[in-house]
Ligand binder design. Structure first.
Ligand SMILES: *Cc1c(COP(=O)(O)O)cnc(C)c1O
Length: 398
């Protein structure tokens, strides 16, 4: 029966225990240790089985476990494993899957923290790394080698909203004996179903749309039960970047409103993007929900919600950035995304290249063709579209 329910119903229903007197909301359990038995779980992380009782909070806690079950269900995965942040989820997964001599194929444009970690630490640990434009399947195919263990993509990618065909890349990766991990933070499980499209692991920064209120950091990896049990033992427990119960509880509280928030973010983003397209001081507006997006066909095929992220270019961008920071009233000049507040931030291409991979000239040219000298990244919040448009109009005026 639960299978037949719409996601909106399932997300609300998940909290309801049918016992008389049971709370309708998930209780927050704050305990770092749990009563044990001398013949029970041993002291090594390796002694922890799937059915083990709670033992110590760095291994697992009830509130976080509830969130993991909900997130697994939401993404259509067997299980999920939460981390203290999106970055902790990414580094935890990469350090678990990759070792010296292994090869990683990764999107040439992805979250700056992920790119910096991969090109620095991961390479120092002896992992071979090939950054490629994963929106181009021929590049992905050409980069695969016998020792490729993982293909890592981000779609839509932060900050330039380029898309990668998850289904096609999953097929290429699997053919080569590699796994596919997808950072779907910008799309959320409402917008993209990576597991149904063939991905082995899905990553979300819970700090963004899933938490949705700008008050909690968190990250998650969704995937197969046995693989996540190994990830918990090998990575989460030893790296120690566990999600604490309180932010987990805040994120649980946010889940029932996720579908409505995403619908609102996307509908408003479409209106604001259409307005920006007509504005004389703005050019190259990119929004996956507009027909003008270079990959609109792929967006229609794989995105069920085109999310709330817009990027655009402007002439004299640094001066425009200063003006926007000074004049905007509704939109805040700040980093991050997926909050109730609309946020805007200017990302010069030079900065992006400093925080990303050292790309060969051909890939640099592709980046410039897409992003020019820099882009404004606009994260649409939950405000009324007409107020956002009016605010942007007055701030963009000469
Ligand atoms: C923010 C973000 C991350 C990192 O998440 P944190 O929770 O800030 O550590 C990873 N990937 C994407 C796409 C992001 O936007």
């Amino acid at each position: 029966m639960a299978e037949e329910w719409d996601v909106r119903t399932r997300l609300v229903q998940a909290d309801a225990d049918s016992e008389e007197g049971a709370p309708l909301n998930t209780p927050l359990v704050l305990s770092t240790t749990f009563r044990a038995h001398p013949e029970g779980v041993g002291f090594s992380a390796e002694d922890m089985g799937e059915e083990s009782p709670y033992f110590y909070a760095r291994w697992s806690t009830p509130t976080v476990r509830t969130l993991e079950r909900r997130l697994a269900e939401l993404d259509g995965g067997e299980d999920a494993l939460c981390f203290a942040s999106g970055m902790a989820a990414i580094t935890g997964l990469l350090l678990h899957l990759l070792g010296p001599g292994d090869h990683l194929v990764i999107s040439d444009v992805c979250y700056a923290g992920a790119a910096e970690f991969v090109r620095g630490k991961l390479r120092r640990f002896g992992v071979e790394v090939s950054p490629v434009d994963t929106s181009d399947l021929a590049q992905v195919r050409a980069a695969l080698r016998p020792n490729t263990r993982l293909v890592y993509i981000e779609t839509p990618c932060n900050p330039i909203l380029k898309l990668t065909d998850v289904e096609a890349v999953a097929a290429l990766a699997h053919e080569a004996g590699a796994r596919l991990a997808v950072d779907a933070t910008l799309a959320t499980p409402i917008g993209l179903r990576p597991i149904a499209l063939g991905a082995d692991f899905v990553i979300h920064s819970l700090t963004k749309y899933i938490g949705g209120h700008g008050d909690a950091l968190g990250g998650v990896v969704v995937g197969r039960r046995t693989e996540l049990a190994a990830l918990r033992q090998d990575s989460l427990i030893h790296l120690g970047a566990v999600l604490s119960p309180f932010p987990a509880w805040l994120i649980l509280r946010s889940l029932p409103t996720l579908p409505q928030r995403m619908a609102s973010h996307a509908a408003t983003a479409r209106e604001v993007a259409a307005f920006l397209e007509t504005h004389p001081r703005v050019h190259h507006v990119l929004y996956p929900g507009l027909d003008s997006h270079p990959q609109a066909e792929l967006a229609r095929r794989q995105l069920h919600n085109t999310s709330g992220m817009i990027c655009f270019q402007a002439k004299d961008a640094p001066a425009v950035a200063r003006r926007l920071a000074e004049r905007l009233k509704v939109v805040k000049y700040a980093v991050s995304l997926g909050k109730p507040h609309s946020l805007i931030f200017y990302l010069p291409t030079e900065d992006m290249q400093r925080t990303s991979f050292q790309l060969p000239p051909e890939l640099l040219e592709r980046y410039r063709a897409w992003a020019g000298d820099g882009i404004f990244r606009l994260s649409i919040g939950l405000e009324a579209p007409k107020d956002l448009i009016r605010d942007l109009e007055q701030a963009l005026a000469p």
